[in-house]
Design a protein. Structure first.
Length: 154
């Protein structure tokens, strides 16, 4: 009986070990399942967070695209404004050039008229045998510089 009792003890011991192993295996399996569920939850949460982040990034990207389009539009508008300003400036420049040409033309006409009058005066002086009168502008400048001639040289 001793052998059978020992065998029973060994069998009971093995049974306890098996039950413990099964219990530990069940606990480990349960822990692994919990761990897997936790990892799934974490993964899902991460995916959800990534999705929210992706949505936020997409919204920000859309906002940046709108801002860029607005900047391009404003840039185009500024380009249009530059074109309009350039046209206005060019028209002012053309007007100034036209005015300058008009002034030159008027001066030329006045000079031609003056020389024509001087020719008439010269002709009249020659006809009458006298000297031609000095132009008024020359007389004024000569009188202004007369004091220079009167000063002694150093």
């Amino acid at each position: 009986m001793d052998t059978s009792f020992e065998e029973q003890l060994i069998i009971a011991d093995e049974r306890i070990e098996l039950e413990t192993a099964l219990r530990l295996s069940a606990e480990q399996a349960q822990s692994f399942a919990k761990l897997a569920a936790y990892h799934d939850e974490v993964r899902l949460a991460q995916e959800e967070e990534d999705l929210h982040l992706a949505i936020r990034l997409r919204r920000r990207l859309a906002q940046v695209e709108k801002d860029m389009q607005l900047a391009i539009h404003l840039s185009g508008q500024q380009d249009e404004d530059k074109v309009v300003n350039r046209v206005i400036t060019d028209s002012f420049d053309e007007h100034d050039a036209f005015t300058a040409e008009e002034d030159k033309r008027r001066r030329r006409e006045m000079l031609h008229e003056y020389y024509a009058q001087q020719t008439v005066v010269d002709a009249a002086a020659n006809v009458f045998g006298g000297a031609r009168p000095v132009p008024r502008a020359f007389r004024a400048s000569a009188s202004a510089h007369a004091s220079c001639f009167a000063r002694p040289r150093v």
